[in-house]
Design a protein around this ligand. Structure first.
Ligand code: AMP
Length: 216
């Protein structure tokens, strides 16, 4: 199956994608991760987008579509993908359908995580990511216990804040979402495979709802 997880920045897409990967053995495509990789490897694309992403603006569709096409049609991943952070506008949604149709693949589920702006801000401001294994934590106790961070298996030096996780950038990222990404909801919401999920409850409750949906 191919799954799209969708929602505002900080909705928990990355966290729930990790759960889905472990539970259903899917391959995660996070366009944010793909773009950050280009930046850290200082490729031509990386140098072009570093500034854009730091400010919270979107990378161009051309760059993102190019990066995604290679992975989507890869023999090892096809029909076994969770898309996290893509599509982010209707042009990308249309492009994804073209790529999938041409490769005889289709979308099985669209999961929309619905959360308020206040929750989003708090989650993003507390977010800590392990650069080695990509596991996501939160320094606020209400999201995960401190000992989970302390007991994490990778060395402490890999635990980092994302450069774009600051208040100023969050505002731009949220505005970008409202302007460009929210219309993607209209693109999918009438489809039979569209599911809206309350993303404001705790991680385990969201995961369990997702499990129910994906095992129907
Ligand atoms: P994320 O890791 O999903 O929060 O994405 C981090 C940043 O990467 C976003 O704020 C955008 O600047 C950029 N980005 C990620 N995915 C896309 C996409 N599908 N299209 C354009 N820009 C993207």
């Amino acid at each position: 199956m191919n799954v799209i997880i969708f929602g505002p920045p900080g909705a928990g897409k990355g966290t729930q994608s990790q759960y889905i990967v472990d539970k259903f053995n899917l391959y995660q495509i996070s366009t944010g991760d793909l773009l950050r990789k280009e930046i850290s490897e200082k490729t031509d694309i990386g140098n072009e987008i570093d500034n854009i992403i730091s400010k919270g603006d979107f990378a161009t569709d051309d760059i993102v579509n190019r990066l995604i096409k290679k992975v989507v049609t890869n023999e090892n991943h096809r029909n076994n993908i969770i898309f996290d952070g893509y599509p982010r506008n209707t042009n990308q949604a249309e492009n994804l359908e073209l790529i999938l149709n041409a490769d005889n693949q289709f979308i099985s589920f669209v999961l929309f995580l619905k959360v308020s702006r206040e929750t989003v801000e708090k989650r993003i401001l507390g977010r800590i990511i392990c650069e080695k294994c990509n596991k996501i934590f939160n320094e606020f106790n209400e999201f995960n216990e401190k000992k989970e961070i302390e007991n994490h298996q990778c060395e402490k030096k890999y635990l980092k804040k994302r450069k774009d996780d600051n208040l100023e950038t969050i505002i731009t990222r949220y505005d970008e979402y409202m302007k460009k990404t929210k219309p993607v909801l209209d693109f999918y919401s009438s489809r039979s495979y569209f599911y809206e999920i309350d993303g404001s409850v705790n991680i385990e409750q969201i995961s369990s709802k997702i499990e129910q949906i994906l095992t129907v």
